[in-house]
Design a protein around this ligand. Structure first.
Ligand SMILES: Cc1cc2nc3c(=O)[nH]c(=O)nc-3n(C[C@H](O)[C@H](O)[C@H](O)COP(=O)(O)O)c2cc1C
Length: 184
C-alpha cells in the first residue's frame, strides 16, 4: 500500500516550494493529498497541487455541497484521519500558533485535530528572522515539539523580504527526504 501523505500548505511566499515537494513525493509513489489555508491560496493556486496529485485540493472546512464523497461532506476528517504523515509546509507563525494551541478554524489546523495517534507530524517553519525570533513563536514551536511534532528547519540565509537570518524554509530535497524516511 502506498503511504498516505497529507500536505498542509499555509500562507507565505515559500508556498510555491511545496509544489516541488509534492511532485517529488508523487514520483516516489506516495499517495499525496494537499490541503491549503485561505492565505496559502493567495500565494499558489490550488490547481497547481490538484494537477500534481490528480486529486481535489481542500481549502475550506465547510463544503460547497452537502453530498458526494466523504471528503466533501467531512473535509475536517478526511483525508486527515487516514494520513500516515501530516506535513505543514511551509508553516507560518500563525499556523504554528494554531497547531500549538489546538485551534481548528481552518482546514489545515482542523485536520491536525483529526490525525490518528501514530500519524507522523512534521512542520517546516518559514518566516522573516524577526518573526522567527519572537519569544511567542519560539514558545509555540516548543509546545509543538512537546506534543510530538518533528521540526524541519528553518535554515539561515537570505529571505524573499530581502533580509538574512534564520527563517528560510529548509530545502525541498531535505524536507522530501525526511517525509519519505518517516513513512517508508
Ligand atoms: C507577502 C507576504 C509574505 C508573507 N510571508 C510570511 C512568511 O514567510 N511567514 C509567515 O509566518 N507569515 C508570512 N506572511 C503573513 C501570513 O500570510 C499571515 O500571517 C497569514 O494570516 C497566515 O495565514 P495561515 O497561517 O492561515 O496560512 C506573509 C504575508 C504576506 C502578505
Amino acid at each position: 500500500m502506498k503511504p498516505k501523505v497529507l500536505i498542509g500548505v499555509t500562507g507565505c511566499i515559500a508556498a510555491y516550494k511545496a509544489a516541488d515537494i509534492v511532485s517529488q513525493l508523487v514520483k516516489t509513489n506516495c499517495d499525496v493529498r494537499v490541503i491549503m489555508t485561505e492565505s496559502a491560496t493567495k500565494f499558489v493556486a490550488p490547481l497547481t497541487f490538484a494537477a500534481l496529485t490528480q486529486k481535489k485540493v481542500i481549502t475550506s472546512t465547510f463544503p460547497d455541497t452537502a453530498s458526494g464523497e466523504k471528503d466533501v461532506i467531512y473535509p475536517h476528517l478526511y483525508p486527515a484521519t487516514e494520513a500516515d504523515a501530516f506535513v505543514v509546509v511551509p508553516a507560518t507563525a500563525n499556523s504554528v500558533a494554531k497547531l500549538a494551541h489546538g485551534m481548528g478554524d481552518d482546514i489545515v489546523s482542523c485536520s491536525a485535530l483529526s490525525l490518528k495517534s501514530d500519524c507522523k507530524r512534521i512542520f517546516c517553519p518559514a518566516m522573516n528572522f524577526q518573526m522567527w525570533e519572537q519569544p511567542v513563536v519560539q514558545d509555540n514551536v516548543h509546545k509543538l515539539l512537546q506534543y510530538g511534532w518533528h521540526q524541519v528547519g528553518p535554515e539561515k540565509g537570505r529571505m524573499a523580504c530581502g533580509t538574512s537570518g534564520f527563517g528560510r524554509l529548509s530545502t525541498q530535497t531535505v524536507i522530501t527526504q525526511i517525509i519519505l524516511n518517516s513513512v517508508l
